[in-house]
Design a protein around this ligand. Structure first.
Ligand SMILES: NC(=O)c1ccc[n+]([C@@H]2O[C@H](COP(=O)([O-])OP(=O)(O)OC[C@H]3O[C@@H](n4cnc5c(N)ncnc54)[C@H](O)[C@@H]3O)[C@@H](O)[C@H]2O)c1
Length: 442
C-alpha cells in the first residue's frame, strides 16, 4: 500500500508574468514591516525568515525518491522583483514615516529602504469611527457608502494602470473593527448594494474594501478578525467573479503557540482543566484593542481555537470542564514587542495535575510580515490556477480560518500544513501524501 494517493493531472496555471500590485488597507506596523522586509530582501541584506513561499520545500513522491524542491521552484509564484505596493490609511504618513512611527525595525535598517517606502503614499481611506473607536485621522473619503465604494474601485483601477500591473491582490492590514454579525443587508448582493446606497450602518468599512476588490476581480485576504467578507453576499460575489479569498486574523504570537501545543496534548489524550492567556502590547493595534468592541472581535477568534482543536463534545472526560480565558492589555512601553503569558493546567494518568507556563517574548509584526507575503503570493497563484471562493488550504495562516458554511474549521497547524502542501501537489498533478507508507516494508 502506498504512502501516496494519486492526484489529478494537475490544473492549468497561467504564468506569473508582469507586475503584481499589492493593495493594503492599513499602512501600519504589519504592512510597513512587510513592505520594508521585501525591499530589504530585494537589496540582498536580509533573509525571508518565516516565509514558506521563499524558504520551504515540498516533498514529492516516495521518501526514497529524494525529490524535495523549494515551493517557489515547484509552483509558479510571482517574483519579489515584480511586487508593487499601494494602500490606504486614515493618516497621510507615507510608508517610511508610518514604519518609523511603528518602531518595529531599527532606524538604521529602515533608512536603507527609505526611498522605496517614501514613494508609498496612502490613498484616502474609507473609515467610520463607529467601527474603530480609538483612532481618528484626516485622510478619509467623504460621501455615501456607495460613493466610497465607487471611489475605491476608481483607486484600484488607477493603481493598476499607473503601475502597469498585470494582476492585483488586496490584503486587509487595517485596525480590528468592532464585533458585529451578518445582518439582512449582508445576505444578497442586491441587498448589499442597496445598503451601500442607503449608507446602511451595518456595512463596515472593511466590507466596502472587500466589495470593491472582489468587484474588480482582485483576490482578497483579511489579516484581522473582522467579519468583512465572511458574509453571504461577498462569498457569492467572489464565486461569481472567480475571485479567491481567505481570512481571518493572522495566526501569530500566542494563538500560534496554542495551535502548536494543544494538538500535542490532545494527540496524547492528556486532559486539560484550564488555559489562561494574557498579553501586554503597546503598539497602535494594542490601543485599538483596548476598546471592548474591537477586543470582542479578537476574543472570538482567539477563544474558538481551543474548542475546535480539543473537541470537548467528543472527549468530555478530558476537556469537558476546560476554563479558557484570553486577555490583552495595552502597555505602551513595550511597543510592538509583545509579551504573551500562558498558564496551562493539564492532567495525566489517574487525573494527576500538571502545569505548563509559556512566556513568549515575541514581536508581533515580525511574525506577521512573512504571512502577508505568503498570502499575497498564494492568492495570486490560486487565481492563476482558476481557483475561486474560500481558499481553505490557506487556513495555515489564520486564527479564524474561513470555511464553507456548515463546515468546522481545522485549527491544528500540522493538518493545515499538510493541506497546504497537498493542495500544491494537487495543482501540479503530483501524488498526494497520506503518510501510510506500508510499501517500504513489503
Ligand atoms: N501583528 C500581528 O501579529 C497581528 C496578528 C493578527 C492580526 N493582526 C491584525 O492586523 C491588523 C494590523 O495590525 P498592525 O499591528 O499593523 O496595526 P496598526 O494599528 O499598526 O495598523 C493598522 C492601520 O490601519 C489603519 N486603519 C484603520 N482603519 C482603516 C480603514 N478603514 N482604512 C484604512 N486604514 C485604516 C490605521 O490608521 C493604522 O495605521 C490589526 O487588525 C491586527 O489586529 C495583527
Amino acid at each position: 500500500m502506498s504512502e501516496n494517493q494519486s492526484s489529478s493531472k494537475g490544473v492549468t496555471i497561467a504564468p506569473a508574468e508582469g507586475k503584481l500590485g499589492i493593495l493594503i488597507p492599513g499602512i501600519g506596523a504589519v504592512s510597513t514591516t512587510f513592505m520594508a522586509g521585501v525591499e530589504a530582501i530585494k537589496q540582498g541584506w536580509a533573509a525571508p525568515v518565516g516565509s514558506l513561499t521563499q524558504l520551504a520545500t515540498v516533498r514529492l513522491g516516495k521518501r526514497t525518491d529524494a525529490r524535495t524542491p523549494k515551493i517557489k521552484d515547484f509552483v509558479p509564484l510571482a517574483n519579489l522583483e515584480d511586487l508593487v505596493f499601494g494602500g490606504w490609511d486614515i493618516f497621510d504618513d507615507n510608508a517610511f514615516e508610518a514604519a518609523a512611527n511603528a518602531r518595529v525595525l531599527e532606524p538604521a535598517q529602515l533608512e536603507k529602504v527609505r526611498e522605496p517606502l517614501e514613494k508609498i503614499k496612502p490613498m484616502a481611506a474609507v473609515f467610520d469611527r463607529e467601527y474603530v473607536k480609538r483612532i481618528d485621522g484626516p485622510n478619509v473619503k467623504q460621501g455615501t457608502k456607495w460613493e466610497k465604494a465607487l471611489a475605491l474601485i476608481a483607486d484600484i483601477e488607477k493603481f493598476r494602470v499607473d503601475n502597469g500591473c498585470a494582476r492585483l491582490v488586496m490584503i486587509w492590514c487595517g485596525s480590528t473593527e468592532v464585533f458585529h454579525r451578518a445582518a439582512a443587508v449582508h445576505q444578497t448582493i442586491e441587498s448589499f448594494e442597496a445598503g451601500l446606497k442607503a449608507s446602511d450602518p451595518d456595512i463596515a468599512p472593511s466590507q466596502i474594501y472587500a466589495y470593491a476588490a472582489i468587484k474588480c476581480g482582485v483576490p482578497f485576504a483579511n489579516g484581522a478578525p473582522n467579519l468583512t467578507h465572511d458574509i453571504p453576499c461577498l462569498l457569492d460575489l467572489a464565486r461569481d467573479n472567480n475571485v479567491p479569498i481567505c481570512g481571518k486574523d493572522f495566526k501569530t504570537g500566542q494563538t500560534f503557540m496554542k495551535t502548536l501545543l494543544a494538538p500535542g496534548f490532545k494527540a496524547r489524550m492528556l486532559g486539560m482543566t484550564g488555559w489562561f492567556s494574557t498579553n501586554i502590547l503597546g503598539n497602535r493595534d494594542g490601543e485599538v484593542l483596548e476598546d471592548p468592541g474591537s477586543f470582542k472581535t479578537k476574543e472570538e477568534t482567539k477563544l474558538s481555537v481551543l474548542d475546535q482543536i480539543l473537541q470537548p463534545n467528543l472527549y468530555p472526560e478530558l476537556y469537558g470542564n476546560l476554563f479558557h480565558s484570553v486577555k490583552i492589555n495595552y502597555y505602551p512601553p513595550r511597543g510592538d514587542a509583545k509579551e504573551g503569558w500562558d498558564n496551562i493546567d493539564i492532567f495525566g494518568w489517574l487525573g494527576y495535575p500538571m502545569q505548563i507556563k509559556v512566556d513568549f517574548l515575541c514581536r508581533d509584526s515580525i511574525l506577521a510580515a512573512p504571512l502577508v507575503l505568503d498570502l499575497v503570493l498564494f492568492l495570486d497563484l490560486a487565481q492563476r490556477a482558476g481557483m475561486r471562493g474560500i481558499q481553505e488550504w490557506l487556513s495555515f495562516y489564520f486564527k479564524g480560518p474561513m470555511t464553507a458554511p456548515g463546515l468546522y474549521p481545522e485549527h491544528d497547524i500540522f493538518i493545515q500544513l499538510m493541506k497546504l502542501k497537498n493542495t500544491l501537489r494537487w495543482m501540479r498533478g503530483e501524488d498526494l501524501i497520506t503518510h501510510l507508507g506500508l510499501e517500504y516494508y513489503d
